[in-house]
Ligand binder design. Structure first.
Ligand SMILES: [Zn+2]
Length: 283
């Protein structure tokens, strides 16, 4: 790491805990009623991640689906026991933008209740599936606050075909009483926001771009980054879903074998911790 990066700047690492068949891009191809019958990979993948983090003595925030927590309570307890932050990714991975008030409320409250019962800790963080909060459903923030969450990380201020709110603030801001939005990290270059917060970009583009972008945010903006990825992204052996379009296939399956070695580099190139500690959010 370049010596001019402030060594005390700690970034926030986040994992969206869902299985390969729950990703939004597969929605047209996999009926959610079939989820039960598909081979699950999430538990072994999260356990691998827990080992990687333990090796590096790093901590992270796990935005976990209620659906997963119900089926893998032991996994949820291991996440908590190893000192990570348990947070909510909603119950059934329904995009906030597809739900009305009542359905959204049910989803985020059901997930919070389940996670708190199983994990035995207050859950104060929420991330909407596929960053599905934007201009058209900003009302969602009032629901999130009223449900008792203290922060959300549901906006990605980039241009993307499935999500994104490019003109949203790049750094944490108060969205309504009691709730802070912590947008996924972007790097600002030539008047544009470039994705710097992980996900597909981390896997599809060369590693050094992610490293450059995080370094830039730390050094130029003097801010911590918030970075995310999914357990299925370290799993090249996952069952292949048939009938996908070329773009979805490319986005989901490319470089799966590269993610784990990249994560190891990321863990040694930067310091990482849980969202609630990096951004100093508490009850
Ligand atoms: Zn998700």
């Amino acid at each position: 790491m370049n010596a001019s990066v402030p060594i005390d700047l700690v970034n926030a690492l986040t994992v969206d805990v869902e299985d390969y068949f729950q990703v939004s891009a597969f929605e047209p191809h996999i009926d959610r009623e079939h989820w039960e019958s598909l081979p699950c990979r999430v538990e072994r993948n999260v356990d691998t991640l827990l080992e990687l983090l333990a090796e590096r003595r790093a901590h992270a925030t796990f935005f976990t689906l209620g659906w997963i927590a119900q089926r893998y309570p032991g996994l949820v307890r291991r996440i908590v026991a190893q000192g990570h932050e348990l947070a909510s990714h909603g119950y059934g991975h329904r995009r906030a933008s597809d739900l009305d008030h009542a359905a959204f409320n049910d989803d985020i409250r059901r997930a919070k209740g389940l996670l708190e019962d199983i994990g035995g800790r207050a859950v104060i963080g929420y991330r909407a599936p596929s960053f599905s909060i934007g201009k058209r459903n900003l009302w969602a923030f009032d629901c999130i606050a009223a449900a008792g969450y203290r922060y959300s990380s549901s906006i990605y201020p980039v241009q993307h075909d499935h999500y994104g709110m490019p003109d949203a603030p790049r750094f944490p801001y108060r969205v309504c009483a009691g709730l802070t939005e912590i947008p996924v990290t972007t790097a600002r270059l030539f008047g544009r926001n470039l994705p710097a917060g992980g996900g597909g970009y981390f896997r599809l583009a060369p590693y050094h771009l992610s490293r450059w972008a995080i370094t830039r945010v730390n050094r130029v903006d003097l801010r911590p980054a918030i970075f995310y990825f999914h357990p299925w992204e370290i799993d090249p052996e996952q069952p292949r879903v048939r009938g996908l379009g070329l773009k979805t296939r490319f986005r989901h399956y490319l470089n799966l074998h590269r993610t784990q070695p990249r994560l190891k580099r990321l863990l040694s190139d930067f310091q990482w911790d849980r969202v609630d500690r990096v951004f100093e959010i508490d009850l």
